[in-house]
Write a protein that binds this ligand. Sequence first.
Ligand code: ADE
Length: 259
Amino acid sequence: MRWDILTLFPGMFAGPFGESIIRRAVERGLVEIALHDIRDQATDRHRTVDDTPYGGGAGMVLRAPPVVAAVEAALGDDRGRVPVLLLSPAGRVFTQRVAEELARLPRVALLCGHYEGLDERARELVVTDELSIGDFVLTGGELAAMVVVDAVTRLLPGVIDAASLADESHAGGLLEGPHYTRPAEFRGRGVPPILLSGHHANIARWRRREALRRTRARRPDLLAAAPLTDQDRRWLAELAAEDAAHGTQSAEGEEHPEE
Ligand code: ADE
């Protein structure tokens, strides 16, 4: 997969893309990341990319000419075939489902917004979709673009172990349950005995039930949309009955109910 990232601050990407899994994916040719400096397309002496808003008001607006030129220069003849996604707090919310959709595409361009916003004509001319990574405001689209590249790249074939992807939080619409590793006892706290039993089917059932417990406690909104089996529904009914018996309502008391 190829990413074209249009930004005023290409230097910001060196750290996150130069380490760990993304770095290895780039080195192995599983993903290609091209950074394009929007400022390279400014034509005036001072290389200005922003200007004051028509009609007045606070802040600056990213000018249309350098942005449109940058998209055209980056995509060349492929323009029109490559989605151009603007990162902005006003976009469609980026979720694991959107990451899965993007991971099926051969090439995606990300346009990092800055200042108070992007001239509307540039948005109309080159932007095909707008993504937000959450209901908060960043200083610019760069960190959001890094989040999108990271979440999508790890889904590409060969980047990480397929079994890890299958079990992780959000994969099946649920949060993952708790994990444990050695030592078997730490500061007086043990490990759920079933995990030491070696009985794989029972362990899988326990993990599913714990995933349901955690999702019910922390993100009931996810539970409402998750694909559930009849067995899942029976477990959820049991968990609700446990809560009723303890007089609790599934807050975050799930892990150590005896405390
Ligand atoms: N730019 C500023 N805030 C943002 C957000 N929440 N998501 C994506 N891009 C942004």
